[in-house]
Design a protein around this ligand. Structure first.
Ligand code: SF4
Ligand code: SF4
Length: 233
């Protein structure tokens, strides 16, 4: 099997929802310090992958917020392991690789930004597009996914990386947001690049008003993920 087929097989074995990859050159528009080559100078490709959250806790927010926190942590653990194992697979083939876990996008309180944007990478890799909630929406799961990536020296052959637009602009995420962080999106949002939400309002709600508990309401609100809830997928 070639390396691309091996990656797809490993993603399936790890229970990932989706995986895609793109040449490191495709990230030249990313801000300086946040490009693949800023982390691994010899980078040739990036693989980004998604793991789907279960529906139960999300569908019962905010009452099930503690359970959502556990769900969130479990998904992050699985993705950290997946990033490690995918990097190990690539290194076993002779390609130095760096796994970037899902917590990288949390960063610090004021920025809510990490060293590498999994969401922007997921668009470049063809996994999906941004919603007005500024989350990545993917096929069959909407925003109900967590993401991680591997930067590698392997030259992975990209497929068709055209990302579909799964956001219907229904505005449900905006109305359900308790902090008002998603208001004023019009004229600023794009499915390819997202937009800069009011991070201070969002962070204040999570880290001060909710005493550090994850919110999840803009994930739960999005019908793009709820469509699959009763389908058994
Ligand atoms: S996480 Fe909560 S507070 Fe932040 S944007 Fe989403 S719904 Fe609003
Ligand atoms: S809730 Fe509606 S507007 Fe918000 S991201 Fe989902 S589809 Fe887009």
């Amino acid at each position: 099997m070639d390396i691309n087929s091996d990656l797809k097989y490993m993603a399936m074995s790890l229970g990932l929802h989706a995986i895609g990859w793109a040449p490191a050159e495709a990230y030249r528009g990313a801000p300086e310090g946040h490009r693949p080559q800023d982390i691994l100078p010899e980078a040739k490709s990036v693989a980004t992958f998604a793991y789907r959250l279960n529906n139960g806790a999300l569908d019962n927010l905010p009452a099930a917020r503690n359970q959502y926190m556990l769900e969130f942590a479990a998904a992050n653990q699985i993705l950290s392991q997946a990033a490690h194992k995918i990097a190990r697979l690539l290194e076993s083939r002779g390609f130095i690789s760096v796994g970037i876990g899902p917590e990288a996008d949390i960063g610090d309180y004021s920025r809510l930004k990490g060293d590498f944007s999994h969401k922007h990478s997921a668009v470049i890799c063809g996994l999906g597009s941004f919603g007005i909630n500024n989350l990545l929406l993917v096929d069959r799961a909407g925003a109900r996914v967590r993401l991680a990536s591997v930067i590698t020296c392997a030259e992975l052959k990209p497929g068709d990386n055209t990302a579909a637009d799964y956001c219907t602009r229904c505005g449900e995420c905006v109305s359900r947001c308790p902090s008002g962080a998603l208001e004023e999106w019009e004229g600023k949002y794009s499915p390819q690049t997202g937009w800069v939400i009011n991070k201070e309002k969002c962070a204040h709600y999570m880290f001060v008003a909710s005493a550090g508990k994850r919110c999840g309401l803009c994930v739960a609100a999005c019908p793009a993920g709820r469509r699959e809830a009763g389908s058994g997928k």
